[in-house]
Design a protein around this ligand. Structure first.
Ligand code: ZN
Length: 304
């Protein structure tokens, strides 16, 4: 699996391409059908482990710093810990780039992620400091031609016992608010109607409050997912603050930033998630900022 999935995978991994890729060398896995079938395959695993990162804010200039934090150094520092943790994959929920999503930002990001990408897939969502066109230019192995949503980068990751859906909330480069938009919301609604009941985790960049700098279509998103019981959690970033809350039993997990915090009370680091069909354990790996919660574990139970 590692070999097959090696390399930065950012793509709208449609089901046909996933099956093609996935079956190329996964002898023990059994495809049980096309479409949104139960997990695409059953691998018999009870858990899947992921490294969740957010707000890497990688600059083109490695000496760029903010509040005394050097985003390039921070990412470099977390990479060995992630690899030694041997997760099934990595998800970075946006604000990959420093401010405006320059080509040089992504070139650095690619270089810094390479030790991870050689071992396991790294999936990325775009944030308000990203530039979609530049991102796709640098992460050129991205088979972006098969995106199911117009002008958005959407990925579905089937990893029984859970499924991750990576959405794209980038609205305007270097302006704070985000938007999924009607086409993406419609896609999500249709997708969720068709797919099986595998516990589904939605990941994107923006926060879920009602401010002018949050995800502007949060109420519409919530109205779509509220009745869909298979949606268990949303994982997001943007605030550079670590926290857990809920909406209608859906867990809302706000990841800390890798690049820098906005205040000293917040950790800087990444979060390890062990996910099962029944819930997940999230463990904070704090490398800077407020490290008092380092290695603390939050246990979540999925709604039924
Ligand atoms: Zn942001």
């Amino acid at each position: 699996m590692k070999d097959i999935m090696a390399g930065i995978l950012y793509k709208s991994m449609n089901r046909r391409s996933f099956i093609k890729t996935g079956l190329a060398g996964i002898g023990t896995l059994v495809a049980i059908g096309a479409g949104c079938s139960p997990g695409l395959y059953k691998n018999g695993r009870k858990a899947t482990r992921w490294a969740f990162l957010s707000d890497t804010h990688i600059p083109a200039d490695v000496n760029n710093n903010y509040r005394g934090f050097y985003p390039c150094q921070n990412l470099q520092e977390v990479v060995p810990g992630i690899n030694s943790n041997s997760p099934d994959g990595v998800v970075i929920t946006g604000d990959l780039a420093r401010l405006t999503g320059e080509l040089g930002d992504y070139a650095n990001l690619k270089k810094l992620l390479n030790p991870i990408a050689r071992e396991r897939p790294a999936f990325m969502a775009l944030g308000n400091h990203d530039n979609r066109a530049n991102f796709v230019k640098v992460f050129d192995k991205v088979p972006g031609e098969k995106q199911p949503v117009r002008n958005k980068l959407v990925t579905v990751i089937e990893r029984p016992p859970v499924r991750l859906v990576i959405l794209d909330s980038l609205l305007y480069v270097n302006k704070v608010p985000g938007l999924l938009g009607k086409a993406q919301r419609q896609w999500l609604q249709d997708y969720l109607e068709q797919c099986d009941d595998t516990p589904t985790i939605i990941c994107f960049h923006h926060t879920l409050k009602d401010g002018d700098g949050d995800l502007l279509d949060v109420p519409r998103l919530f109205s779509i997912i509220k009745p869909v019981r298979k949606v268990k959690a949303i994982v997001y970033g943007h605030s550079h603050a670590y926290g857990f809350s809920q909406f209608e039993g859906i867990h809302l997990i706000n990841l800390p930033a890798v690049g820098y915090n906005f205040n000293d009370a917040e950790p800087v680091g990444w979060v390890e998630a062990n996910m099962t069909a029944g819930g997940a354990d999230f463990m904070l790996h704090a490398i800077a900022g407020n490290k008092s919660g380092d290695k603390s574990v939050k246990k979540l139970t999925w709604r039924r």
